[in-house]
Design a protein around this ligand. Structure first.
Ligand SMILES: [Zn+2]
Ligand SMILES: [Zn+2]
Length: 305
């Protein structure tokens, strides 16, 4: 089952050089989530042929415009596409008021219901859970209350070793073995689960961390994740600017990836001062070689890491 992260927008603050503000589309086991929704998100989603109608949860990290100004346009498009399914929107406090004001003054009501969930970004909190995944907040350090998101697959079932299954085995026994239960006939052990099953596929995790000042404190929560997106608004020579605006440098993103021992790092939220991003990428790679740029239109497959 897929676990893929597609970069929809990668720019910090303003759209420049063909780059757009923050937005990512996640497909995890056929659940389609949107993280942040910067200006032009819906245009970019259409450009990359990502299915808007399949999005059922939207997670907004904070209320700086470059992370949510694309939301109203997207909601109206969903409405015009005759969406009827409920939509859940998770964000720090205030986003529901912003949306409702815009609907009020445009005398509009949407075809579908929005469930607003506001959360306190200063502490870790599970926002979403279903049978396959959880989404948990990652408290970040920024000028506004801001949270990253950790998307984690739940433990998966054992896999049947089909080569060893016997044709005479009853289906109910096979189901039991898959659940890790041994099969008895009275006191007689018929089949041992461990003999007929293989370990589950590993559960994968993705951490999204934008916007934030360098914060080693978060390393524990994201330790060992398959993929980390960390903002790298600046390069190290602009460290003062990074401190002042509570953003990170490419080197710091690399340092955090190293400390948290993640498998792969992607950096994004690039400042408008960098037209070319090679030097920024090299700076992060000098600390953490397994780094890529969050290039728009790129899909990162967690199985390919
Ligand atoms: Zn931002
Ligand atoms: Zn911000």
């Amino acid at each position: 089952m897929a676990f893929e992260v597609t970069i929809v927008g990668s720019s910090g603050a303003v759209p420049v050089y063909g780059r757009h503000p923050s937005c990512q589309f996640i497909n995890v086991q056929n659940r389609h989530l949107l993280i942040d929704c910067g200006e032009a998100a819906q245009i970019q989603l259409a450009r990359f042929q990502l299915p808007i109608h399949k999005i059922n949860q939207i997670f907004i990290s904070h209320l700086h415009g470059d992370h949510y100004l694309g939301l109203m346009g997207l909601l109206f498009t969903m409405h015009l596409q005759r969406r009827t399914a409920d939509l859940q929107i998770f964000s720090p406090k205030g986003l529901d008021e912003i949306i409702l004001q815009q609907l009020k003054y445009s005398r509009s009501s949407l075809n579908f219901h929005i469930d607003y969930h506001s959360f306190p970004p200063e502490r870790t909190m599970q926002l979403f859970e279903d049978e396959a995944i959880t989404v948990t907040t990652i408290p970040l350090k920024h000028k506004l209350p801001t949270s990253g998101f950790l998307i984690a697959e739940k433990p998966k079932p054992l896999r049947l070793n089909k080569l060893l299954l016997e044709p005479t085995m009853k289906l109910q026994y096979i189901a039991q073995l898959k659940q890790g239960k041994d099969v008895y006939d009275g006191d007689n052990l018929l089949y041992r689960s461990a003999d007929y099953t293989l370990p589950p596929h590993p559960s994968r995790r993705y951490a999204y961390c934008s916007d934030t000042a360098f914060n080693e404190g978060m390393a524990e929560q994201i330790r060992g994740v398959d993929l980390l997106y960390h903002e790298a608004t600046f390069m190290d020579e602009e460290q003062e600017k990074a401190v002042e605006t509570q953003h990170s440098t490419a080197r710091q993103a690399g340092q955090l990836a190293l400390k948290a021992q993640v498998k792969k790092l992607i950096v994004g939220h690039f400042s408008a001062r960098y037209k070319e991003l090679d030097n920024l990428l090299n700076e992060a790679r000098s600390v953490f070689p397994q780094t890529d740029l969050a290039t728009e239109g790129t899909t990162f497959d967690l199985d390919a890491i």
